[in-house]
Design a protein. Structure first.
Length: 192
């Protein structure tokens, strides 16, 4: 008995969810097809029914991760509670939960360090996300300053990256709060 298109789409969705989480947790190079398929509840043999290659899976998983990040940003936009926009955005990214859960967090924060070694499709996808995130941030700044917005993106990604590699929660917290203070300063400066 064959699978319906809906079942095939559901299976592919599970693989993409699993692969996107795994690449954010362990890196692109660590993604193994057999482990990913098993974690998604499928056989290794089913892989080629969904993807032409491991590289194709990586590109689609990254697209999925970025789309999830963008959905979280849209939900954030609709829900933040009257705080100053950059403070709210900074708090959205710069927190211990995001540091401790890379598999459910921002793809850019999880993969920026290793993406320079990835193929052009991965870099293109992350570049588009950098521009989209910077445009969103620039929209909150007086003068819609894209250069400043790119600096804020870099501050967020750098802070999360550093907070994930240091060996004490206290230092990680100081990195996050220092980055937040720096971002909030930009909000005050752009308002004057």
């Amino acid at each position: 008995m064959g699978y319906s298109q809906a079942q095939k789409a559901e299976s592919k969705q599970r693989v993409l969810e699993t692969a996107s989480r795994q690449i954010r947790e362990n890196g692109i190079e660590a993604l193994g097809v057999a482990d990913c398929m098993r974690s998604a509840g499928l056989t290794h043999g089913a892989f080629y029914g969904h993807f032409s290659s491991r590289d194709a899976l990586i590109v689609e998983a990254l697209e999925y991760a970025v789309a999830q990040s963008q959905k979280r940003m849209i939900a954030f936009d609709e829900s933040f509670d009257g705080k100053a926009p950059l403070r709210a955005l900074g708090e959205f990214f710069l927190n211990a939960n995001h540091v401790g859960n890379p598999g459910a967090g921002c793809a850019l924060c999880a993969l920026a360090g290793e993406a320079r070694h990835a193929g052009p499709e991965v870099r293109e996808q992350l570049t588009r996300y950098v521009h989209a995130l910077a445009a969103r941030i620039a929209g909150t700044l007086a003068g819609r300053d894209e250069k400043m917005a790119l600096g804020i993106v870099a501050t967020i990604v750098g802070a999360i990256t550093l907070a994930r590699v240091v060996d004490t929660e206290e230092l990680a917290g100081s990195i996050l709060s220092g980055a937040l203070d720096l971002i909030v300063t930009q909000e005050r400066d752009s308002a004057s």
